[in-house]
Design a protein. Structure first.
Length: 517
């Protein structure tokens, strides 16, 4: 079946225009450099005060609209920064008496969405709009698919393309037609750079650790499994980088951090994607109290850096990241929202509490997971303002040091914001004997059918036996932090390319076909 049979009338028309351009000797995809010397944003912000600087501008971008006026036209092009108006007249861009460039090429063969280059000078129209008067025009790339129609009035979009299936699957188009989307990802980079600068100024070292791992460790999660052909062994995509970073603390680094791309073979919803980014930091000779103070300082700094203040709009709520944050123990939180003290309960009594609270739980999970389910169902969603939930049961935290004064608990906190976990931190367990026993308890849970229980990492235990100093560690969910700081309610809106189901059309299984060929 011919590919052209799947094309729309507009797509066929654009391909015909491509042929006509080539017949005229115009390369629709030229290789030579087009030297850009200014951005649209720079012109709009500075022209009125520095007019003499904009007599010879060269700008390139995507053609977004054309207003035909016969022998001239006004068009709008959009570059990396914003949109700007261009005045283009046939007499200016045509060499000598040859009017075909404008009359034939521009008016008949150029389309909305094409990428063009403009050279000329800047002026102000009678209506007061900063505009480029084109003296040269060049086609840089012909677009063979039309852009979705987006309606604007007075520079404001009032009929944006909002279909999430289209936006997430064709993010490249979403970025073109929805300017606020690009702003989200610019802020994401600013946020990451703020964290990086914050840690670098304190002398911590940014590092890289393996994504392909022989043992998936550092978190309770179901991994993605792959196979290494040369070694003929199963391997796992990283679920966390914790155990590798703590190996570096053993090796003598006092502070290390990594922006870690993690993969968990679990469900997808508005706050979960199987591929996500976590920032993990480990600092020697510190504890979780110190880490709470540092985390407050960091999150407050991010809010001020992105918004100029500590208050951030999230949906219909204002969240204030001004230090200090509230601190509540996990058992006190459960008492507050259920009226039940579970601190002395065994697994059987906890299952009865789950039934009483109408919380469905798997028969394979143990005491720690039961407590986690109770907290998640009845408490977590109530914490809108930033709150540290502290002092977790030891069964929930196999990598965490036992509490110095509270038997049966560990020195752990999670930061809750807008009803979701944003960060998870410990006074790290550095007793190799205790750590081995905790891993063995995880194996027991795995044998009971808990597919999120941890594997035993014997090399990590060997590292601990060489001695790891007292250490504080934290993992911060970058995607969720970006969601909050950019007022987006879905994780798909802060990932350039979120995971989606395969398209139901020809070619959707192309990668599988190639692998099996």
């Amino acid at each position: 079946m011919s590919h052209t049979q799947h094309l729309s009338e507009q797509e066929i028309l654009r391909r015909n225009k491509l042929v006509e351009l080539e017949k005229l000797g115009i390369n629709p995809y030229p290789a030579e450099l087009f030297d850009v010397n200014v951005s649209a944003k720079e012109i709009l912000e500075n022209y009125e005060n520095q007019k003499i600087e904009y007599k010879n501008v060269s700008i390139a971008g995507r053609l977004m609209s054309v207003r035909d006026m016969g022998k001239a036209c006004f068009l709008v092009i959009q570059d990396d920064t914003t949109k700007i108006q261009v005045y283009l007249r046939g007499d200016d861009i045509c060499p000598g008496d040859d009017k075909s460039l404008y009359a034939v090429v521009f008016k008949k063969l150029i389309d909305i969405g094409d990428i063009i280059g403009i050279k000329g000078y800047v002026f102000t129209t009678k209506t007061g709009e900063t505009t480029i008067h084109a003296q040269e025009f060049k086609l840089l790339a012909k677009a063979l698919k039309p852009l979705p129609i987006v309606k604007e009035k007075d520079g404001e979009v009032f009929d944006a393309v909002t279909d999430p299936e289209f936006r997430y699957r064709q993010r490249y188009v979403d970025l073109i037609i929805n300017p606020a989307v690009k702003d989200t990802f610019v802020k994401r980079t600013q946020l990451v750079n703020t964290i990086r600068d914050f840690y670098n100024e304190k002398g911590y070292l940014e590092v890289d650790t393996p994504v392909l791992q022989a043992i998936p460790g550092g978190a309770a999660a179901r991994p993605f499994v792959t196979h290494h052909n040369t070694l003929d062994i199963p391997m796992y995509l990283r679920i966390a980088n914790e155990l590798y970073l703590k190996r570096l603390i053993v090796g003598g680094f006092d502070g290390v951090y990594e922006f870690s791309r993690n993969f968990r073979n679990e469900g997808m919803d508005r706050t979960h994607n199987p591929e996500f980014t976590v920032l993990e930091l480990y600092v020697a000779y510190k504890d979780y109290y110190w880490m709470m103070d540092l985390t407050e300082e960091l999150i407050e700094k991010i809010a001020i850096q992105l918004h100029g203040k500590t208050e951030v709009q999230v949906g219909d709520k204002i969240i204030d990241f001004k230090r200090p944050f509230k601190r509540v123990t996990m058992f006190d939180s459960i008492i507050e929202f259920t009226g039940i003290d579970i601190s002395e309960m065994d697994e059987t009594k906890l299952r009865d509490v789950c039934k009483q609270l109408h919380i469905e739980v798997d028969s394979n999970v143990g005491k720690g997971k039961l407590i986690d389910e109770i907290f998640g169902a009845k408490c977590e969603g109530n914490y809108i303002q930033p709150t540290f939930i502290t002092d977790y049961p030891v069964e929930m935290s196999p990598l965490t040091k036992k509490h110095r004064t509270k038997a049966g608990l560990v020195e752990r906190f999670e930061l809750m914001v807008n009803g979701k976990e944003l960060a998870n931190a410990y006074s790290e367990l550095n007793d190799p004997i205790d750590q081995r026993e905790r891993f063995e308890e995880q194996v027991t849970l795995m044998e009971r059918g808990d597919d999120e229980a941890m594997f035993i990492d014997h090399d990590f235990l060997r590292a601990l036996e060489y001695g790891m100093p007292p250490t504080a560690g934290i993992g911060i969910g970058i995607d969720r932090l970006v969601m909050i700081m950019t007022n987006n309610l879905s994780i798909q809106d802060v990932l350039f390319f979120p995971q989606l189901r395969p398209e139901r059309n020809e070619g959707s299984n192309e990668a599988e076909h190639q692998l099996n060929a």
